[in-house]
Design a protein around this ligand. Sequence first.
Ligand code: NAP
Length: 452
Amino acid sequence: MEAVYAVTIAFFAVGLLRMGNPKTANSGILWAGIAMAFSIAITFLMPGLSNILLIIPAIMIGALVGWVAADKVAVVNMPQMVAIYNGMGAGAASSIAAIELLGPGRGLFEMSIAAAGAVIGNVSIAGSMIAFLKLQGWIRERPITFPAQQPLNAAILVISIVFVSLYLGNFSSSISVTDALALFFLFSLVYGVMMAIPIGGADMPVLISLFNAMTGLAVSLDGYLLSSFAMLVAGIFVGAAGIILTIAMARAMNRSIHAVLFGVFGKKLEEGRQVMGSIKITTAEDAAILIGYSKLVGIVPGFGMAAAQAQFRVRELADMLQSRGIKVIFGIHPVAGRMPGHMNVLLAEAGIKYEYLVDLEDANRLFPDVDVALVIGANDVVNPAARVPGSALYGMPILDVDRAKNVIVLKRGTGRGFAGIENDLFYSARTKMLYGDAQDTLSKLIQELKKI
Ligand code: NAP
């Protein structure tokens, strides 16, 4: 049986490798999906499996809900979906740990492993649910903070560990051991909630990724307990991928994991900051003339392009410019949008060739020569406040569109970016704002270009 699981693990590894490249990512998902289906199927061949009549309907209900939800979800709502699915995984992991803690015949070492799996799983499920509610806008998204928050959180974690120690050592005189176990679960869930509420703004996707890594760890601890090689390795894959993604996102925002967890995004300053300059509004007609007579146009997509599903219009515009001999590049910021690779996925969906996509460093070398930087629904990733010491965005690498000869920004109005910070770029002498939904505005721009 272990040999069969080893084959599925190899399939998972190939799937993960292929997901690392946009060209092979689709087939990578297929490899991993086949591996998962195969793992579930061979589990039914395990000796001693009971409750099959409960397991099969549970799998069918879960698969149906997952299929419909994944089919319907808009790409911009992907972080919420990852949060809720991760919460489900964490809940399953801590349920297994609970069964192991309640069951007979385990030594202290194994019970401690189960307790570790339970605490990590509980923190992850509770935190993921708060992250989901915040991103969905069902509770306040801004960080919730109060004095002595961190010591209180630490105390809650310590209390939960004391309760599980009482349970494991069987040495409580004032409360029953089962009450101690229930209180351990309660306090570790509360800790998960408390860990997530002070985090908000641009740090949310990083937090979700961290919870993802924690779920992987909880699953691998369960895998160890159940002597399940497949579960152990699957948990390690999820944990390692989650940690790598957490570090990659934090690095792209130039934030330490400590700052994400304890720093409170945007707390540092914003009030009282004076933005210099004034906003200048342009029309599709004027913008088309400026772009139509350029030699080099730098397109910078952001979350707004994804929200407007404007990638197909972007492709149409780029094709039109290229057919007129105008050079077009796409400046891609690693955290533009709401998940790593978000822009690459959307532009690839619209059939924009990979060779036109330029990463942050190369784009910044090119911007001084760019005649028009066309910012489409991007905000934080082009905010020059990131260069100002003390700003909440300080240190985050940005696309230097303000160094282009002209800048046209497509957005609906004066809404701020994910970080909630005013953008000095919009007030620059070189910048003109073209207000409206990105999809509509691009359509108008294309119509006007056709007239030139
Ligand atoms: P952003 O800062 O969220 O700004 C998006 C802008 O798009 C908004 O200012 C909004 O302005 C505009 N917009 C929204 N809907 C629109 C529509 N239908 N048409 C036109 N414009 C529209 O986006 P970003 O520059 O891509 O930055 C991404 C943010 O996410 C960063 O703060 C980053 O740190 C954070 N983040 C990303 C990741 C990741 O992996 N990608 C991970 C962690 C954090 P209006 O409301 O005025 O239209």
